[in-house]
Design a protein around this ligand. Sequence first.
Ligand SMILES: Nc1ncnc2c1ncn2[C@@H]1O[C@H](COP(=O)(O)OP(=O)(O)O)[C@@H](O)[C@H]1O
Ligand SMILES: [Mg+2]
Length: 510
Amino acid sequence: MLAKVSSFGLKGIDGFPVEVETDITNGLPHFDVVGLADTAIKEAKERVRSAIRNSGYEYPIKRITINLAPADVKKEGALYDLSMAVAIISLNKDSKLKNVEDYCYLGELSLDGQVKKVKGVLPILISARKLGYKKFIIPFDNAIEASFIEGIDVFPVKSLTECIDFLEGKAELEKVKVGNYQKEIIAHTAVLDFCHVKGQERAKRALEIAAAGGHNVIMIGPPGSGKSMLAKCFPSILPDMTFEEALETTKIHSVAGELDLKKGILAIRPFRSPHHTASTVSLTGGGNGSKAGEISLAHNGVLFLDEMPEYSRHTIETLRQPLEDGVITVARANSTITYPANFMLIASMNPCPCGNFGSKLKECTCTPNQIHKYLAKLSGPIMDRIDIHIEVDNVTYDDLKNGKEEEKSSSIKARVDKARDIQLKRFKNTKIYYNSKMGVAKTKEFCKLDKNSDDLLRMAFEKLKLSARAHDRILRVARTIADLEGEENILPQHIAEAISYRSLDRKYWG
Ligand SMILES: Nc1ncnc2c1ncn2[C@@H]1O[C@H](COP(=O)(O)OP(=O)(O)O)[C@@H](O)[C@H]1O
Ligand SMILES: [Mg+2]
């Protein structure tokens, strides 16, 4: 007797259909799972057997063989449990199950027959919908996550019994209602607001430009000058994520098991701040299970590397490729997986071991050699990929205590939003959303300079010994500054300001 039940597997952040072919024959009692299954799946037999028995269904004392097709693709995790149990129960000789093949089943089983949450429900449903699958039975705990996908019928279940009762027509299941993404955005309130940061006008301005054009930033300055504080305020001025962006980001978090299942979708841009002791693999992804790393979890949001020179040199260098391409490819047993990794890098650092080199208020006690060694931890190619460098010095007592009201994040964000709108129009019908992502051709097209601006840039290029990459990045930053002012053309003052954000190249690394 043979049954075929539909389920789905995960490769990276995409789902692929898996046919759970179940064959029960007479013979010595035995349960075998074939089809490139990992250990979690091999252990499914114990869970499936106990769950069926403890839910009060008959478990056949026969030879059970389950093939997960296609057999040549590696399958991982416990999400096939439910489909296996349904297949086995459907083969009981007095089974009353109807329309089993109409549904796609996802879910892990506990020994007592509860259906437990699984990772990757959102990406699976998105892939399945594309392939024309319409009806799904999934774990109750994943219901909110599933609610953001329109055009399919999703039935959440808490237990195997609920699922079987439904398939026998004994009980109804309530379909998941479509979720409201806008409500999720509004429900969120920013934690840290720029109005609490006194002074630091230049740093705030630079972060505003970064938010508007999606530029990478490094802040350099003595300890206690507020670098970490500024970085933590940064998400409060980022534009809201579009629904498409939110789905893209949520996919990654769902697969990594990092999604808050009570919310079901990431409505705010992620802000990831891995500690400097974190391994390279935890940052970039890969390793056991080819998991997504921090840089992918930061997709469409911010990766904050506090005290960047403290990270291992190897870790920092690995960021070069994703910083350029917006994706990262990690090795898997016999294939590779590509994860999106389109993040904004916000980095901070002290300028030297004691932290006071370059400060107007404090004396540096380091030798030139020490300073040089410290800065050399960030290589030229990495600095090249950071569009905006800013010095942050300690606030003065007057700035701290002047009682002046600082601008709120919401009004900075309004300007950022406006500049982003201009960019969205500019890049309509392309895969680009903001200036920092312009390639060579687009940079040429949209960053034309008049004679004066060009002279300025030439001077800086020669004096600062800039690379071609840095040259293009200055143009893109200038484009963003012009957008913030609503200027169609890049003017000399825009180029001048953009150049000023590269002057650290000379001061510290020159
Ligand atoms: N400009 C500022 N306005 C208000 N408070 C500040 C400012 N700069 C620093 N602080 C205070 O000093 C603390 C330490 O700043 P922090 O961001 O950790 O500095 P850094 O990361 O540069 O070492 C902050 O938590 C904040 O309380
Ligand atoms: Mg800090």
